[in-house]
Ligand binder design. Structure first.
Ligand code: FAD
Length: 360
């Protein structure tokens, strides 16, 4: 069985890693370079404290994989597990946080409601007047996304998979039992093609006449100069969308959860920088005056119901593996990739049936 995976983001590479580990012939096709997509541009927040209960088991499994994979791949993900705090600054969002914590606890997540004053114990420079409620989970943290991608790519190659960069899929055709994939003027035949092209997944689906209908989300982020470590957890204000943490290298990294856009566009805006700086310095006044060194943006996709789209389609051999959703892809993709590899190997996998593309 020959498999093509379109897109060398975390979803494509985790699927390729587990398939190639089972000895399956896999080729990953990436239009540009490793890290070009959202998987190379995100802020690396990792927590099982997410708002969709269908995804929590996958987040919990992924956290175990984040613990295990660095030694399996012999690659340090620079993960710092210093917890994750969610904040709310209005009553509606405060209620939402409390409800989320009840749901998360039911599913085995060790999150709890904390007072804004308790955040000061975790981050002494936090301003407790900037929030009215908060939740916290210790078993969470932040990874540096680049080594996650490099490590998975190295694991794939070690298992015999091929990763082709500067290999943009231009056309796909159903050709009898096979799928013909056109790249850089060449035509290649595969038994199975996996669409893990993130924000570009709609375009790939259209090549086979499928209207996927995922929303494209643009998210902006920035880093400051490096300073002495003083922010341990990842802090995420669900009311404004603003999030902030400190990298292992001392930079303050933060952004605002993304907004839907019509076209793929990764330009940076001054509006983002102003809104972010205003809110983040209310939360942590000590950040005032720090120099912003770099600002960038990335795009990812979210399905029509906010859950991933994973599984076989009406075109025999063509599989969707996209729509990972808002600000969660790095959290869930490792275990989803492992489950998708099982689906491909066995022809079925009840664990991910709820994400079947044919549900729409
Ligand atoms: C600024 C920002 C911050 C974020 N923060 C977090 C966070 O803290 N925690 C979290 O869990 N998630 C976060 N996310 C979301 C997360 O990054 C994404 O959900 C995840 O990386 C998506 O992975 P993917 O593999 O589906 O897509 P991608 O990583 O985008 O990979 C898709 C790949 O497909 C390639 N491709 C597209 N078209 C073609 C073609 N025709 N031929 C060949 N290749 C093609 C692209 O070049 C791309 O490399 C953030 C995202 C952004 C942008």
């Amino acid at each position: 069985m020959k498999i093509a995976i379109i897109g060398a983001g975390i979803m494509g590479l985790s699927t390729a890693y587990y398939l190639s580990k089972s000895g399956i012939d896999v080729t990953v096709l990436e239009q540009k370079y490793l890290l070009y997509g959202a998987s190379g541009r995100n802020s690396g927040g990792i927590t099982p404290m997410i708002d969709r209960e269908e995804l929590i088991p996958f987040a919990l499994e992924s956290i175990k994989l984040y613990d295990r994979l660095p030694s399996e791949l012999n690659f340090n993900f620079l993960m710092r597990k210093d917890g994750y705090v969610k904040l709310a600054s209005n009553e509606g969002d405060a209620d939402r946080l409390r409800q989320e914590v009840r749901m998360q606890n039911r599913l085995g997540v060790s999150s709890r409601v904390i007072s804004p004053e308790e955040i000061k114990e975790l981050v002494p420079d936090f301003n407790p007047d900037s929030a009215i409620a908060a939740s916290y989970c210790r078993d969470s943290g932040v990874v540096f996304p680049w080594p996650v991608i490099w490590g998975l790519a190295r694991g794939c190659r070690k298992n015999g998979a091929e990763i082709k960069t500067e290999a943009k899929v231009e056309r796909i055709e159903k050709n009898g039992e096979k799928l013909s994939v056109y790249v850089n003027g060449g035509k290649y035949e595969f038994d199975i093609v996996v669409n893990s092209a993130g924000a570009w997944s709609n375009e790939i689906s259209k090549m086979l006449g499928i209207e996927l209908g995922n929303r494209i989300i643009k998210e902006e982020v920035c880093v400051t100069e490096s300073v002495k470590p003083y922010i341990d957890p990842y802090i995420h204000d669900i009311s404004s969308g603003v999030y902030v943490t400190q990298t292992a290298r001392g930079e303050i990294i933060g952004g605002i959860t993304g907004k839907e856009t019509d076209t793929i566009n990764t330009s940076s805006t001054i509006e983002f920088a102003v809104k972010y700086a205003k809110r983040v310095t209310q939360m942590i006044p000590k950040l005032k005056g720090l120099a912003m060194l770099r600002q960038w943006a990335g795009v990812y996709d979210e399905s029509r119901d906010g859950l991933p789209v994973i599984g076989f389609t009406e075109v025999d051999g063509f599989i969707q593996a996209n729509g990972l959703g808002k600000h969660k892809g790095m959290i869930v993709a490792l275990s989803l990739g492992r489950e998708l590899a099982k689906l491909i190997e066995k022809g079925e996998n009840p664990v991910i049936k709820k994400f079947n593309p044919q549900r729409f």
